[in-house]
Design a protein around this ligand. Structure first.
Ligand SMILES: C[S@@+](CC[C@H](N)C(=O)[O-])C[C@H]1O[C@@H](n2cnc3c(N)ncnc32)[C@H](O)[C@@H]1O
Length: 351
């Protein structure tokens, strides 16, 4: 860190930013719950304490990652708060419609003009009871704000925990001359609106970025978000059947996808990630924490599908991501929790 005083001030600003998002998101959640007459699930005190401890660890680690040069400090302040504030009224206006949908259990309430037959059956639903599922520009506009509110301002922080293993990998594979592996290619599977890719491109501007997602609306949003990234190609494609030749990528990532897939689809995505990665390539997957490493907070994780429409989540909880990676042929290097998420790092054997 160049100037210790500036860094101390930035750390204070970072913590202030976090507290203000935390307080506001808790307040908004409280109001939404009162409106919907859905009280918050009761969390046993020891579990709440554990989660608070994990939150403190996540924020400390975020700062430590910057100090260690694993990603740049500008990521600490990259949340588009003005955009989120602009979208908040739209989200509030959506609330009565969402509450009606929840009360009726209408998970197939999707825009009439969309040809749902083009999508796999598991996808034809409104995950989280989100208006239009993933199938409209309206949904793509509100999604990031919704996720950030759900995780009380930690969604992007958890997302960027996939960056340190990538930074280490790039350092380790740097050619002797000191320059980076020329044109290393990274694919983000189910890239959504592009928030992970955007943070990655800020940390590592010299990679060639690719992203796929089933939603044309989310890909449209991702293209806008990544408009200033020189090498970014975003495609509407199914992660179960990736449109790339074998061994095309040096790095494959995926964030918050697998809990929304049925068991077999999860395996097919891991298999195809293995196929498109070069021997020696890196896989970094992040998703919800699971029973394997987070049994102590299982009561909180288990209440998620009661509250939100997440039909594959219960089975996901015991379908360990590290085990899935091994089944696909990867060598798992680490599997670590980060608040209510986890990051699995694995390599495709070979060179
Ligand atoms: C919970 S969101 C996560 C999006 C993004 N990675 C993020 O961090 O916000 C799940 C995403 O997976 C996409 N998705 C679900 N099934 C898919 C599939 N079979 N192929 C490609 N994308 C898929 C959805 O369209 C959605 O954008």
């Amino acid at each position: 860190m160049d100037n210790p005083l500036t860094w101390r001030l930035e750390r204070a600003a970072y913590r202030t930013q976090h507290i203000s998002i935390l307080v506001n998101s808790i307040l908004l959640e409280h109001l939404a719950r009162r409106f919907a007459r859905r009280p918050a699930p009761r969390v046993p005190k020891p579990v709440a304490q554990l989660v608070r401890g994990r939150l403190a660890d996540l924020l400390d680690r975020d700062l430590a990652n910057v100090e260690q040069g694993l990603y740049p400090r500008e990521l600490l302040f990259q949340l588009p708060i003005a955009t989120y504030m602009r979208n908040l009224p739209s989200m509030m206006r959506d609330l009565p419609r969402t509450v009606r949908r929840i009360r009726k259990g209408n998970y197939q309430d999707l825009p009439g003009e969309v040809d749902v037959e083009r999508y796999p059956p598991y996808y034809r639903r409104n995950f989280h009871w989100q208006s239009d599922g993933y199938l409209s520009h309206h949904s793509a506009r509100l999604y990031d704000l919704g996720v950030e509110l759900l995780f009380h301002g930690t969604a992007d922080i958890m997302r960027r925990q996939i960056i340190p293993p990538i930074t280490h990998y790039l350092r380790d594979t740097r050619p002797a001359s000191g320059s980076r592996r020329p044109g290393a290619r990274l694919l983000d599977i189910a890239c959504g609106t592009g928030r992970t890719l955007k943070q990655l491109a800020t940390a590592h501007p010299d990679l060639r970025y690719h992203g796929v997602d089933l939603s044309p609306y989310y890909i449209h949003a991702a293209r806008k978000l990544l408009a200033d990234v020189e090498e970014a190609t975003l495609l509407v494609e199914n992660a179960e059947n990736l449109p790339y030749i074998d061994g095309y990528f040096d790095i494959v990532t995926s964030v918050y996808l697998f809990h929304e897939l049925p068991k077999n689809a999860r395996r097919r995505v891991f298999d195809d990630a293995y196929r498109v990665l070069r021997p020696g390539g890196l896989l970094v997957v992040e998703d919800s924490a699971q029973a394997s490493e987070s049994a102590a907070i299982l009561s909180i994780l288990g209440s998620f599908p009661d509250e939100f429409h997440e039909p594959f989540y219960r089975c996901y909880l015991t379908d360990d991501l590290a085990a899935l990676a091994r089944q696909a042929g990867f060598v798992v290097e680490s599997s670590e929790p980060h608040l209510v998420a986890k990051v699995v790092v694995a390599r495709k054997p070979g060179r």
